[in-house]
Design a protein around this ligand. Structure first.
Ligand code: SF4
Ligand code: SF4
Length: 350
């Protein structure tokens, strides 16, 4: 058990699917050899197969007896690969060809099924699901690593892989139910999201959160009553972890998408059942999602009738000071990022 736990809340009602977070992370952390296919942060369209393909359908995490339940390893085709487009053909060949990937045999890649969702007429719906390592409270990856290379930091609960100890056995990838560890073939090591700990230690929020134009990411310590994540998860109870039944205790939480009634085909009014089948939301976020949706609807009705809703005010999150509370975990006070303090902590050199 760690002393404190960093957590992130994402309000799915605000995600634009723009992938700015994905690019912010890629540029900051995975712009090196062997990391080309790695998306420590990715944003996928749901319902959809995600990245790697079918990650949620193959297992991982713990079974009902608390035993590790490893999945098969995803294969290269489940990740796909980066590709170039046929711009030359399009521009110089009389414009006869449409723009397509140069490799016509591709069958999957990151964000492959973007915006497809469920395709049938009035049943159609989709939403975006940004994903990163959940820095779980009971990380299956840590338990599965026979080299004891993966550890959970005592001071803030961030889960890291010691690159010197890792031998690339990939038991961690099989164990993680979210498939958020990637194998670097060049180095022969497993690598994953580090929750931007070098940024946090200087009082800066995670790169994905800093760049998000939807302002939907909230960051702080779960056990800090002043932090937005404490309020959204523990006080107001409007955010839930993904696939909770896998037993790892994820610390990335989601405010589920509002779920108004479905529209009939060709604008013929509203139907009785909700836009997103409740079974699908229960599958993603557990049974509690029903109560969370009710809570959100109550708050929405309050705001619509002119009353103040603290929860919705917080979720609007206009200012960075509302969305993030990065504290020095030793003092639990907002981070002092003055050069003198950073020198004292040994985080910068004179
Ligand atoms: S999400 Fe996966 S990789 Fe991250 S801590 Fe949990 S089990 Fe480990
Ligand atoms: S940057 Fe924000 S809005 Fe854009 S895809 Fe990522 S989480 Fe969604």
């Amino acid at each position: 058990m760690s002393e404190h736990q960093y957590a992130m809340v994402m309000d799915l009602n605000k995600c634009l699917g723009c992938q700015t977070c994905t690019m912010a992370c890629k540029k900051q952390w995975t712009d090196h050899d062997g990391m080309e296919y790695m998306y420590w942060n990715n944003v996928e369209t749901r319902p959809g197969k995600g990245y790697p393909r079918n990650w949620d359908g193959i297992g991982g995490g713990f079974d009902r007896y608390g035993q590790l339940a490893p999945s098969p390893l995803p294969v290269a085709e489940d990740y796909g690969k980066a590709w170039e487009y046929n711009y030359e053909e399009r521009i110089f060949d009389g414009g006869k060809k449409s723009v397509q990937p140069n490799d016509r045999k591709l069958s999957w890649g990151p964000n492959w099924d973007e915006d497809q969702g469920k395709l049938n007429g009035a049943d159609n719906f989709y939403f975006y699901l940004p994903r990163l390592c959940n820095h779980c409270t009971h990380p299956a990856c840590v338990e599965a690593c026979t080299r004891k290379a993966i550890y959970k930091r005592a001071e803030d609960g961030i889960v890291l892989i010691d690159q010197d100890r890792c031998q690339g056995y990939r038991h961690c990838i099989q164990a993680c139910p979210y498939k958020k560890i990637y194998y670097n073939e060049v180095l022969g090591k497993s690598q994953k999201c580090i929750f931007c700990y070098p940024r946090l230690e200087k009082g800066k929020v995670n790169a994905c959160a800093a760049q998000c134009p939807g302002r939907l990411r909230f960051v702080g310590l779960l056990d800090d009553p002043e932090s937005p994540v404490h309020k959204l998860v523990l006080k107001y109870k409007v955010a839930l972890g993904l696939l909770p039944e896998r037993g790892t205790g994820p610390n990335v939480y989601y405010v589920p998408p509002f779920n108004p009634p479905r529209r009939a085909n060709y604008g013929k009014g509203l139907l009785d059942d909700p836009r997103i089948p409740l079974g699908y939301l229960k599958y993603l976020f557990g049974l509690e999602v029903i109560d969370v949706l009710k809570r959100l609807e109550t708050e929405l009705a309050k705001a619509q009738s002119g009353e103040q809703s603290e929860i919705l005010q917080l979720l609007i999150g206009r200012d960075a000071e509302v969305r993030y509370r990065i504290v020095d975990v030793h003092t639990m006070q907002p981070f002092d990022s003055s050069p003198t303090h950073l020198l004292q902590l040994g985080l910068i050199k004179r």
